[in-house]
Design a protein around this ligand. Structure first.
Ligand SMILES: Cc1cc2nc3c(=O)[nH]c(=O)nc-3n(C[C@H](O)[C@H](O)[C@H](O)COP(=O)(O)O)c2cc1C
Length: 259
């Protein structure tokens, strides 16, 4: 393999890794039950969500896979009654929000990549920083995620990527601020799914909502312009008529392609 074709990331980590973590056994039937019984619930009953359960579900969400482990997300559990009522209004009064016991605003933070990179490096400050980690966060991450003043660095990356890409595979994105939004939204969405599955595993229900006024919600939470509302997730226990219909999906052949 020519030098330019070396798999830089694999080489960085494979060569130096001495860490071993065995895969524990899990009960697949229980997992299937969690996935199959998660439904979007639009009406909740009066049962409370225990604080410790909600906190654990939120903590589990933070274990979701995320790009470069830069954790470009934030979760606002809105407990303040005045804010909560406003949030319900900004969720357009949807029953999934209005009858919910708890509401979580899930926020993607494309703007936090630099801050979180520094935090990652700070975490290792007093320990010996593995060379692979140092190179990754000091060199590769800034190259990959910095878009520069007015996105000019991103534009240059787009052009160079095009030409280098004529000869060999190369990561194409993110090369613009819009790409960064997608970048952060992807990881945040995965955490949202973890949150909903965790709630189900703890005996609760949820509903993801994007039928919301993101502009007003950002103002409510005093979020900066660059923050993106990914979705609002409501939580509680389903009322007997809380699920609006039998679950259906289109034919799996349309979506699962074995090529
Ligand atoms: C990103 C996203 C946004 C959604 N927005 C809303 C919403 O605003 N209101 C609502 O009642 N359901 C909303 N849903 C729920 C979907 O309608 C629901 O997931 C879909 O119909 C499949 O049903 P299931 O979740 O019960 O499997 C949303 C789901 C996702 C993933």
């Amino acid at each position: 393999m020519s030098k330019s074709n070396e798999r830089i990331l694999n080489k960085l980590f494979e060569d130096s890794n001495t860490y071993i973590e065995k895969a524990i056994n899990v009960n697949k039937d229980e997992f299937i039950k969690v996935v199959e019984s998660r439904r979007s619930v639009r009406l909740y009953d009066d049962s409370q969500v225990e604080e410790k359960d909600m906190l654990k579900c939120l903590e589990l969400s933070l274990l979701s896979a995320n790009s470069s482990n830069l954790q470009p997300w934030e979760f606002y559990w809105v407990k303040d009654l005045e804010k909560k009522n406003k949030l319900i209004y900004y969720c357009l009064g949807q029953p999934a929000a209005a009858t919910a016991k708890e509401l979580i605003v899930c926020v993607a933070r494309p703007d936090n990549w630099k801050l979180n990179t520094q935090s990652m490096l700070d975490m290792f400050k007093d320990k010996e920083l593995p060379q692979a980690v140092s190179t990754y966060y000091k060199k590769i991450v800034p190259l990959a995620y910095n878009q520069g003043f007015l996105g000019l660095f991103g534009f240059l990356k787009r052009i160079s990527t095009f030409f280098i890409g004529l000869k060999r595979p190369i990561p194409r994105e993110p090369v613009s601020y819009n790409d960064m939004k997608i970048w952060a939204q992807k990881s945040t969405s995965l955490a949202c799914q973890t949150l909903m599955l965790s709630l189900r595993a703890f005996g609760y229900d949820s509903c993801p909502m994007e039928g919301i006024d993101s502009f007003r919600i950002k103002k409510l939470l005093k979020l900066p312009k660059q923050a993106e509302i990914c979705m609002v997730i409501s939580a509680g226990k389903r009322a007997s008529n809380g699920v609006y219909g039998k679950r259906f999906r289109l034919d799996k052949e349309r979506f699962i392609k074995i090529v």
